[in-house]
Design a binder for this molecule. Structure first.
Ligand code: KE4
Length: 428
């Protein structure tokens, strides 16, 4: 029995499913999850000494790779000054100013401790500002695990094939309408039927919780104009895409101004940080300036702020995003070419260093089509890749990431190993 297997057995005696987040349990791909001993750069090393090239990157936060020296130094320096004050500190202001500088639509911002907190608060704010209750989300999008979002959600909910989720009261679920991503006709129809009830539309600008699905050219412009016409707010959930798909996030890439934006992952550099922000007239409704309540014991803590600050500053270096996108494009093209040479129908996509692949003829434009992909083949491919030292997200309904620690040689190695892994997966 390996150390990971021993630890997983122990973990299952004290943690539901042996994990602290469902997708980590490898339920969709089989086998025992490896337990990590340490991580550095683009690599994870497990407790049995095996090393993996990491394309999960902690599900997005680690755009610089693991244990980046500058981030480590910032965390150590901040911690040396104490690590939670329960009172304001300059680091919070610095990170807020940096976020606003990179995302001009975010005129004011509030830091919280996770993406879920950020989206929860943004929807509460939208409902307060519009005095309406109905929320529109898209099938397969995942906005965290707050009750109202667990309706046809992506990520772990899709991975485990769960019904939306028990424990969400029907009246709450009833306040969330869903339509397929990229389906402007369905959106227009919903606005026609229920526009006066709609507080907000919340959307992942690029879908990263059902694999990777890009928006079609007119999709977001249609959302923007429908929201304007009907008095609803547009919330861009950029927890994953923020500072990942471009220096200014998806809203810079798509040239769409959201009313509210939610952030997470990269802005904490691997420490627990979420944020919501946007139009000043909306954000000024948030307590203590306004009546909409939201709070958090550890919000804005100096260590997390320091990690986020240094991470974002590092991404501001000249050519940072261009290099990441070039490497990601090479990776995706390499895998796609290998699959085609093997006669395996494959649909690939990427935006910046966020990427995905479906074993399906494609194009995949919504969650319904994503669910038609060959997930059994994906599971066999995942296991064969892991044996070859490449760690992909353990679900066909998750996006992959490339960090600035991944070198061109790593990309070449990965393409070769994933090609061989596909050959093995097909043979079974
Ligand atoms: P957290 O509460 O997990 O920090 O953020 C929730 C969230 C909100 N919005 C988007 C677009 C997200 O992608 C997420 C979280 N993403 C998943 C990965 N697909 C987190 C990984 C996990 O749940 O273990």
């Amino acid at each position: 029995m390996s150390r990971s297997q021993e630890l997983f057995a122990r973990a299952q005696a004290v943690l539901p499913g042996g994990v602290n987040s469902p997708v980590r349990a490898f339920r969709a791909v089989g086998g025992t999850p490896f337990f990590v001993a340490r991580a550095e750069g683009a690599r994870l090393t497990d407790v049995d000494g095996k090393t993996y090239l990491d394309y999960v990157c902690s599900w997005g936060p680690l755009i610089l790779g693991h244990a980046h020296p500058a981030v480590l130094g910032a965390i150590q320096a901040a911690a040396a000054n104490g690590w939670s004050y329960g009172a304001p500190c300059e680091l919070e202001v610095q990170l807020a100013e940096l976020v606003r500088g990179r995302m001009p639509s975010v005129e004011l911002v509030r830091f919280v401790n996770s993406g879920t907190e950020a989206t929860m608060a943004a929807v509460r704010l939208a409902r307060a500002a519009t005095k309406r209750d109905l929320l529109l989300k898209f099938e397969g999008c995942y906005h965290g695990h707050a009750d109202g979002f667990l309706v046809k959600a992506g990520s772990g909910v899709a991975t485990l094939g769960l019904p939306d989720s028990p424990g969400v009261p029907a009246p709450v679920a009833g306040l969330t309408a869903t339509v397929p991503f990229n389906d402007t006709t369905a959106v227009e129809d919903l606005f026609r039927r229920r526009g006066p009830e709609l507080a907000a539309v919340i959307v992942e600008p690029y879908m990263g919780n059902a694999g990777f699905i890009a928006p079609e050219p007119n999709f977001h412009a249609t959302l923007r104009s429908l929201c304007d016409r009907h008095g609803a707010l547009l919330i861009f959930d950029e927890v994953m895409t923020g500072f990942r798909v471009a220096a200014g996030g998806a809203q810079e890439r798509l040239k769409i101004r959201a009313d509210l934006t939610t952030l997470g992952k990269i802005i904490g550099g691997g420490m627990p940080v979420g944020a919501y922000g946007g139009r000043a007239d909306l954000m000024r409704l948030i307590a203590p300036e306004g009546p909409v309540y939201q709070a958090g014991t550890l919000s804005g803590n100096p260590v997390a702020m320091a990690a986020g600050l240094v991470t974002l500053r590092e991404t501001a270096r000249p050519g940072f995003y261009e290099t990441l996108e070039r490497r990601t494009a090479r990776l995706v093209a390499g895998i796609g070419d290998a699959a085609r040479r093997r006669g395996v129908p494959t649909a690939t996509g990427h935006a910046g260093s966020m990427w995905g692949l479906y074993f399906a003829p494609g194009p995949v434009r919504n969650f319904g089509q994503a669910k038609g992909a060959d997930t059994a083949l994906f599971a066999r491919w995942h296991r064969a890749a892991l044996a070859r030292g490449v760690f992909l997200a353990p679900s066909a309904f998750e996006a992959g990431f490339v960090s600035s620690a991944h070198t061109d040689a790593d990309i070449d190695f990965t393409i070769a190993q994933l090609d061989a892994a596909l050959g093995e997966a097909r043979a079974r």
